[in-house]
Write a protein that binds this ligand. Structure first.
Ligand code: BG6
Length: 511
């Protein structure tokens, strides 16, 4: 595999959780796989008072905690953390950027990184403006043609609605060119999401069927079994639609619905996904109740354990109307998908953790073997399991051995884990490497982010303005509001339930 050119990764917000949990462990894995550049450093910046030594020690501990492997070689960890540096900094203080540049120049000449930088903004969005201005202030925002490059990784949320997303893009574009900006959506870094492209465009078998002629509907589920935990304060201002649907799940829709790009490179691929987002049929504000179901988990008992309701979580107001579950029905108005409904749902405190896309194929035009049994109605499904147990499952009908012609649905199953000895990198690992290599294919482009918000905005407006829209309470440990089944106006159409409801009690109610 290709190794990037020498460079320094500068992390703003380096004392935060993301650096500990994902970034440093991911970079360490790249290091062990010999995929970091030869000359490389990580320069952390944050408000917490640390120095190089204490930062290194805290990252050593993070690696031991979050790199899930027994018997990590301590000498590898030590050799890696020697490349870490830290500066305590008030991000709004322009002078601090001059100090930062001075140290970075030193490290750059020691490590021979030639002025190449990746700047990672792992901070709340209100600091994106001050950081990009600070970088411009010390003249570190522009590529130096033919000499060195500067790239900017932006963490979500990319805005709070369409207006703020546009403002954010304007802010970023004041000091950085779009080609320098890498908006990270960790779903695009997941192996199985990328595999959708290979599955679709490296096989001649499925693509001819991948359209309105053969597909009845498309279903995407992203279920989490845990609640909001200690993130209640943040989550209450966000909710499932912003937190999961607008970004991660619409990106998955982009991968499923896009046309084949002419080339496998960033512009060609991203030009195709944006066409999908631009083809999403807008849901009029006054019809949101018909297309979108909003739910919130309520207290219940799962496997004998009491589970708190959302409104009892820390940082959540008692009368919160924030959605912890959302199910959306929509259409992609283009030649390929005309008339095919897409059903997408996501929620917290559901019975299990699973993310999957299900392609439901149409039934045969004539039922030669009599009326199919209930389980066979949905027989031809292709299930792309994004997590856990990554893989692909095809369901089709077979004859039950014996007399007569009794039909049963059976599975043809592929699990990534069957590929023994194949290393499956974590999403951040893959995406950080891509950015260092200058490959933005799996990063969201500014216009695509705006297009997704354009679709989501009327839903948010309706929720804000229309008091008649219901928030359904669902007991934690169940598959969400039963009303979500009513989105299906297809005979026998329903969500797939990878496992049963687990709640022993708790009521479905209107909140
Ligand atoms: C994050 C959301 O972006 O994605 C979280 O903020 C959510 O609320 C998480 O739990 C889900 O990611 P994954 O990779 O666990 O499916």
């Amino acid at each position: 595999m290709e190794r990037p050119e020498n460079c320094i990764l500068v992390i703003f917000g380096a004392s935060g959780d993301l650096t500990r949990r994902k970034l440093v462990p991911g970079l360490f894995n790249l290091y062990r796989r010999n995929l970091l550049p030869e000359g490389f450093a990580i320069y952390g910046l944050g408000r917490t008072e640390l120095d190089d030594t204490s930062f290194r020690e805290s990252m050593r501990e993070a690696i031991h905690t979050f790199v899930k492997e027994e018997n990590l070689a301590e000498k590898d960890v030590s050799a890696f953390i020697d490349n870490l540096y830290y500066q305590t900094m008030n991000i709004r203080d322009l002078d601090a950027y001059i100090e930062m540049k001075r140290r970075l120049d030193d490290i750059s000449s020691q490590k021979n990184t030639g002025g190449n930088y990746v700047f990672y903004m792992s901070t709340p969005p209100r600091l994106f403006g001050p950081i990009t201005e600070g970088l411009a202030h010390c003249k570190m925002n522009e590529d130096i043609a033919g000499e060195s490059w500067r790239r900017l990784i932006v963490e979500k949320p990319f805005g709070y609605d369409l207006e703020t997303a546009r403002e954010l893009n304007e802010t970023l574009h004041k000091n950085f060119q779009e080609e320098q900006i890498y908006r990270i959506d960790h779903y695009l870094g997941k192996e199985t999401v990328q595999n959708m492209l290979v599955f679709r465009f490296a096989n001649g078998l499925f693509e001819p069927l991948w359209n309105r002629n053969y597909i009845e509907y498309v279903e995407i589920t992203s279920a989490e079994s845990i609640g909001v935990g200690s993130r209640g304060g943040y989550y209450d201002g966000s909710g499932a639609l912003r937190d999961m649907f607008q970004n991660h799940l619409l990106q998955v829709v982009g991968m499923i619905a896009m046309e084949p790009p002419a080339k496998f490179e960033a512009t060609a691929v991203r030009n195709e996904t944006i066409k999908v987002f631009n083809s999403l049929r807008p849901i009029p504000e006054n019809e949101v109740g018909k297309y979108v179901i909003k739910g919130q988990y309520t207290e219940s008992k799962v496997r004998g354990e009491a589970v708190k309701g959302y409104r009892d979580e820390e940082g959540v107001p008692d009368d919160s109307k924030t959605a912890t579950y959302v199910a959306v029905k929509f259409f992609v108005d283009n030649w390929r998908w005309g008339g095919v409904p897409f059903f997408v749902r996501t929620g917290k405190c559901l019975p299990t953790r699973v993310t999957e896309a299900v392609i439901h194929f149409k039934q045969t035009p004539h039922q030669l073997f009599g009326k199919p049994s209930e389980e066979c109605y949905q027989c031809n499904q292709l299930i792309i399991r994004i997590q856990p147990d990554e893989g692909i499952l095809m369901k089709f009908n077979m004859k039950l051995p014996g007399s007569g012609f009794e039909v049963r649905t059976v599975n043809m199953d592929f699990h990534y884990s069957d590929l023994s000895n194949v290393y499956v990198p974590q999403a951040y690992e893959r995406l950080l490497l891509d950015c260092m290599l200058g490959d933005a294919t799996l990063y969201a482009r500014g216009d695509a982010v705006e297009a997704c918000w354009e679709f989501v905005d009327p839903i948010l407006k309706a929720w804000e303005n229309d008091g008649d829209i219901k928030v359904y309470g669902y007991p934690a440990g169940t598959w969400g509001p039963t009303a979500a089944r009513e989105l299906f106006d297809i005979p026998e159409g329903d969500w797939r339930y990878p496992c049963k409801n687990l709640a022993e009690d708790g009521e479905y109610c209107e909140l």
